[in-house]
Design a protein around this ligand. Structure first.
Ligand SMILES: [Zn+2]
Length: 570
């Protein structure tokens, strides 16, 4: 779920906070070129360097790295200084280290009307209790009057699965009402739909982001997803945690509906009952291949909302090593620099949410890949290192980049993203997020085998993690990607096995994730994290010195998109 990191910051970040790259400040960067313990490290990745980078970025001086704050200025300056020290070239536009990310932030401030009607019957709704509604296409006033409501089932239009919930239904001027997750979530093994959408593993069609986009493509004025906790993967408290608030990339190339959000389950049942339908029966119908979207009788949706809308700007930081033979073909490594900034004091009086693991450690990892590659003959293809902003507010930095890429996505060979690395020591496996996306999966298995390791599936594939980190901004546009995320599942740790790996994940998610406890520690054992970074180093080096193009698999939702640009890669 999005969280409002940017909000506290918005005063500082309104309108062109930074016309040019900030001057490099003096920040503590005493990272030795090769750490002393590297001599005994079997890995080319220095755990001491990684620890030091994360320690600096997670220190109080960086104020939790909230976009738009002084924490951003310091973070961006530090990243530029480090990228320079590593020998990278500026990778932004026109030789800049930074690439601006322009955003619009909106908040529903005034609810004059919010209801559905059926004839004389009026069902009023309360924001955050019955519905969570915001706008990615914000204006000061958004009015929807007497809009018909169309039940679109799971709302999937998936030609590669021979599945289409829409038929010839025209959504212009209408409200699209969706079921959450995808059609084979939670069905019995012998159900005809079982496995059509990845079984227990969620596909993109299950994500709310897809549903909102599909509704927008079809001209709907609003898209609402019926919230069911199990199928969503989180409770109503999470779905309604920042009611009415929305961040969107300014000048977005992709369409957006006027209103989007969640409909609380009981309220949805009330709508449906009013129109003469039953939620459970509709879910059964929507799991059938022949299901077609239909209008819910004379049910009409009404909203008259006042919104505050403001512009904001933040920066991605980008460095590169230019390829010697095919510089226009790029391999990209990335992580996000933003974290949760400063919040209310915790029980120890701490206010800074330092994001040491999420994702200072990921950035430390990509810097170690850069340091290693800089020590070798220059690669044939260009290698790009990106530190994104605004991940925690909805993948904003990577999304802005992908909408207006510096290095064409058709010729982006692969993206490797690090977002949270485990700190519990060496592991016998690496956890793969998502499955059946590209043959980078086989490349990762081969690289892991060289380390004497195996690849394990993620722990909770139904949560759709593959669709929830920065790599996805590129993946959804057809770029082959791999995400390594330490919380995707418990690793099989050399010391303690899977049980210890699961315990680390449970502790991190339960106690540290997105709060004051995500702090740097001298007790971290980064040998497992270094193994994961080494995998990316290995795969990057291989791809950067070959003319191979990793292929998307037929089971990828994005294969058609990649195939459409195949001529660019010949
Ligand atoms: Zn993260």
């Amino acid at each position: 779920m999005f969280r409002a990191v940017l909000v506290a910051a918005s005063a500082g970040m309104v309108l062109a906070a930074c016309a040019s790259a900030p001057e490099v400040e003096t920040v503590e960067t005493a990272v030795p070129e090769v750490a002393p313990e590297a001599a005994v490290d079997v890995s080319p990745i220095s755990t001491a360097n990684m620890s030091e980078t994360a320690r600096v970025l997670a220190s109080d001086e960086f104020m939790g790295r909230a976009p738009g704050t002084e924490g951003e200025t310091k973070t961006v300056a530090y990243l530029i200084e480090r990228f320079k020290a590593l020998g990278l070239e500026p990778g932004g536009r026109d030789g800049a280290w930074t690439d601006p990310v322009r955003l619009k932030h909106s908040q529903v401030t005034d609810i004059r009307t919010l209801n559905v009607t059926l004839g004389d019957e009026v069902i009023p709704m309360e924001q955050a209790r019955d519905i969570e509604i915001s706008s990615a296409n914000p204006r000061e006033t958004i009015k929807v009057e007497d809009a018909p409501v169309v039940f679109v089932g799971f709302g999937a239009s998936a030609p590669e699965r021979d599945w289409d919930d829409y038929g010839d239904m025209d959504l212009h001027g209408k409200v699209a009402l969706f079921l959450v997750n995808d059609p084979d979530f939670g069905v019995a093994e012998d159900d005809p739909v079982a496995g059509v959408f990845g079984g227990r593993r969620m596909t993109y069609y299950g994500r709310w982001a897809y549903k909102y986009e599909e509704a927008a493509r079809r001209g709907a004025v609003a898209a609402l997803v019926i919230h069911e906790a199990k199928a969503a993967g989180y409770g109503w408290n999470v779905a309604s945690s920042s009611p009415g608030e929305n961040y969107a990339v300014a000048g977005a190339a992709k369409p957006a509906v006027d209103l989007q959000g969640w409909l609380q389950e009981d309220m949805a049942k009330q709508w449906l009952a009013e129109a003469g339908y039953d939620l459970d029966a509709l879910r059964v119908a929507a799991r059938k291949r022949d299901f077609q979207a239909f209008t819910l009788g004379d049910l009409r949706f009404n909203a008259d909302l006042g919104l505050s809308v403001e512009a904001a700007e933040s920066q991605n930081v980008i460095g590169k090593i230019t390829g010697t033979k095919r510089p226009d073909e790029t391999i990209m490594l990335s992580g996000h620099w933003d974290a949760y900034g400063i919040g209310a004091p915790d029980e120890l009086g701490r206010t800074v949410m330092p994001g040491a693991n999420d994702d200072a450690l990921g950035l430390a990892g990509i810097m170690e890949v850069a340091r290693n590659l800089e020590a070798e003959p220059a690669p044939e293809r260009t290698v790009v290192f990106a530190a994104w902003t605004g991940e925690e507010s909805g993948l904003l930095g990577s999304e802005a980049y992908a909408q207006n890429p510096i290095y064409p996505l058709e010729k982006t060979v692969a993206n490797f993203t690090l977002d949270i690395l485990q700190t519990a020591g060496p592991a016998r496996d690496v956890i793969q997020v998502g499955e059946g996306q590209s043959d980078l999966e086989e490349r990762m298995a081969a690289a892991a085998a060289k380390q004497g390791r195996t690849v394990s599936p993620e722990g909770l594939p139904e949560n759709g993690l593959f669709y929830r980190a920065d790599h996805f901004s590129l993946a959804r546009r057809g770029v082959p990607v791999i995400l390594i995320m330490g919380i995707a599942g418990g690793s099989d740790l050399v010391d303690g096995g899977r049980e210890a790996g699961d315990a680390w994940v449970a502790d991190y998610i339960g106690n540290k994730y997105h709060n004051q406890n995500d702090a740097w520690s001298a007790d971290w054992d980064l040998r497992g994290a270094a193994q994961d970074v080494e995998l990316f180093l290995d795969m990057t080096r291989d791809l950067a010195n070959s003319d191979d193009w990793p292929q998307l698999k037929p089971t990828s939702e994005f294969k058609g998109l990649r195939d459409a640009s195949a001529a660019e890669r010949e």
